[in-house]
Design a protein around this ligand. Structure first.
Ligand code: HEC
Ligand code: HEC
Ligand code: HEC
Length: 131
């Protein structure tokens, strides 16, 4: 008697797990990709948009290493334009709301970069804070 109910419980669990991708799909339907606030005054990012979408974290990491370790300040993009390698001044200079741009996409993708513990997110930095 007991042995049999365990088998049934096991079958229910298996069915639930096997259907998991379908639930996941349903969750996706309820959770559409958020509207990101794009800069008004600029048409292009530092590098091409698909590159930025896929590689902005690597670019930021490279910038941090260049600034902090190698004392370099300027980045020359593929377009030939130069940018100051600064998270606050450069990235947030165009993407003025971290909340309506970075955070919206990060929340959707379930990532929480730890940058804002030290770097000023939106608005003007205070003296003594990492910019
Ligand atoms: C000169 C202004 C400017 C600067 C500086 C800038 N961006 Fe952008 N960024 C834009 C614009 C404009 C777009 C949208 C381009 C388009 O419509 O294709 C964009 C797109 C992006 C995207 C892709 C969004 C998407 O649709 O998937 C990411 C990610 C991004 N930027 C991150 C950054 C980061 C990180 C930095 C700093 C390293 C940065 N941006 C610096 C103007 C800028
Ligand atoms: C279009 C979506 C999108 C936008 C807009 C976006 N990000 Fe991201 N970001 C991601 C995704 C997805 C990841 C995780 C990628 C991975 O894990 O490989 C990520 C990862 C990161 C990471 C690395 C985090 C870690 O813990 O490894 C940093 C740093 C980062 N983003 C900074 C920014 C900043 C700053 C902005 C705004 C200027 C921004 N992102 C805008 C999608 C986005
Ligand atoms: C523990 C504090 C702390 C955290 C967390 C942190 N940073 Fe920084 N970061 C600093 C300090 C301090 C500097 C040096 C500022 C200077 O030299 O002006 C710096 C410099 C940088 C620079 C180069 C110059 C600048 O001010 O933008 C970049 C780019 C950068 N960090 C990116 C990031 C990113 C991306 C994250 C999140 C993944 C991050 N940092 C997390 C403290 C931090």
């Amino acid at each position: 008697m007991h042995g049999k109910s365990w088998v049934i419980l096991g079958m229910i669990l298996f069915a639930a797990l096997a259907a998991f991708p379908f639930y996941w799909y349903a969750v996706g339907e309820d959770n559409p990709f958020p509207q990101l606030e794009m800069p008004e005054g600029a048409k292009a990012c530092v590098e091409k948009t698909p590159f930025m979408r896929a590689n902005h974290m690597r670019l930021l990491d490279a910038w941090r290493i260049a600034v902090v370790r190698d004392n370099l300040f300027l980045y020359t993009a593929a377009s030939g334009k130069t940018f100051e390698m600064n998270l606050h001044k450069t990235c947030l200079g165009c993407h003025t709301s971290t909340e309506k741009f970075c955070d919206r996409c990060h929340t959707y993708n379930d990532v929480t970069p730890p940058c804002w513990e030290c770097h000023v997110a939106t608005g003007v930095g205070k003296k003594g804070e990492a910019s």
